[in-house]
Design a protein around this ligand. Sequence first.
Ligand SMILES: Cc1cc2nc3c(=O)[nH]c(=O)nc-3n(C[C@H](O)[C@H](O)[C@H](O)COP(=O)(O)OP(=O)(O)OC[C@H]3O[C@@H](n4cnc5c(N)ncnc54)[C@H](O)[C@@H]3O)c2cc1C
Length: 381
Amino acid sequence: MDDTLLSSDHLAWREVVRDFVAREISREYVRACDVAREYPYEAYDKIVRAGWLGMLVPEAFGGAGFDLLAYLLMLWELGRFGVDFGTVFAIPAFCVMNIVRHGTPEQQDRYLRAFLEGRVRFSISITEPEAGSDVAAVSTQAVLDGEEYVINGNKLYASAAHVKDNVICMLVRTGPVGGRHHGLSLMLVPNDVPGLTMDRLPTVARRATGTNQLYLQDVRVPVGNVIGVAGDGWRLIMEHLELERISVATLYAANAQQAVDDAAAFARERIQFGKAISSFQVIKHTLAQMQTEVDAAAALVQRAATRMAAGRPAVKEVSMAKLFASETLYKVAGEGMQILGGAAQLPDMDMERYWREGKQAMVGAGSSQIHRSIIAKEMGL
Ligand SMILES: Cc1cc2nc3c(=O)[nH]c(=O)nc-3n(C[C@H](O)[C@H](O)[C@H](O)COP(=O)(O)OP(=O)(O)OC[C@H]3O[C@@H](n4cnc5c(N)ncnc54)[C@H](O)[C@@H]3O)c2cc1C
């Protein structure tokens, strides 16, 4: 992000996180989690101990109560060496805000302290086999039975749903099937509840966080697990998605910057025809173009975040940031692979992982086509 637009407090905070990532986490650890498809429990615990999980959670609930920009600067540093790794911290952070903003006092009491202390994690499950881009097609049904809801259906690509102590923030239908935007509810479903089973999916990207297909058969959760009012799920999920999209857009831009840095460092060191390949004009121009596009992505992220922080409408700006940052990551990581030549094929150069995650970035949290449609609608088209 543009340093000249950041306060001295924000700049100092970014240095603290950057230093922490270098000392306590390291890019080698991030890479190893991807290769082994292992959730980074150790790093998560370190973030809990640092007190950074609750960056956005108000102080009244025991959180740090930092502003949106400070939270995004933290994500930038955590996502620098891998979007997937940063996602491990982004998903619970934006999920828990549903409880902060709309939860009952009982839910806030039960979950917020436990979350900040690392005893409970959160994930989000909206997508279903027949409800991808068309979120309003969600058909997993929750039927009221006394003081409980009985849930039946399938969910798809529920990232981190399998990790220990996870509570899934699930979009379900409490109204009639086919009711589109009406009759949807956001419900808290612990991942160890009877009747819930899941399969981990062998995806191209998001290998450390992991993503799952969920099967719900007569799963019972108390009425008190509905966030906000039953039937208000569409409004809540739209608010949730804005924070989710600016969070992931930040991770994409951060990782894209790292792709440029890695490619430039390689080009300076790789000697062919008796000179560094960075001395060839075609390589210089490619790197210059890559850096220009990453700066543009970061500027879009910063603009959208600034509008959100100011409480101004930011639907168009958030979609532009998400769209451009995801496509930039995929593009610059692809160019980075070309600059690395054969070396790019190996996981220890990281570039193939950035590229894989760039491809996923263009689909998750709303595909590129969907974001272009949102932008066009906001333009009155
Ligand atoms: C690794 C991974 C992790 C994920 N994690 C989560 C998660 O934690 N929680 C969660 O709820 N979801 C998650 N998702 C789901 C993700 O949000 C969806 O994949 C995404 O919304 C697209 O849905 P779909 O895959 O069903 O594609 P579809 O909606 O079937 O789209 C297929 C293609 O058609 C295009 N298309 C669809 N509709 C239109 C249209 N109206 N106009 C133009 N083009 C259109 C799409 O852009 C896409 O190119 C994850 C996905 C992946 C791959």
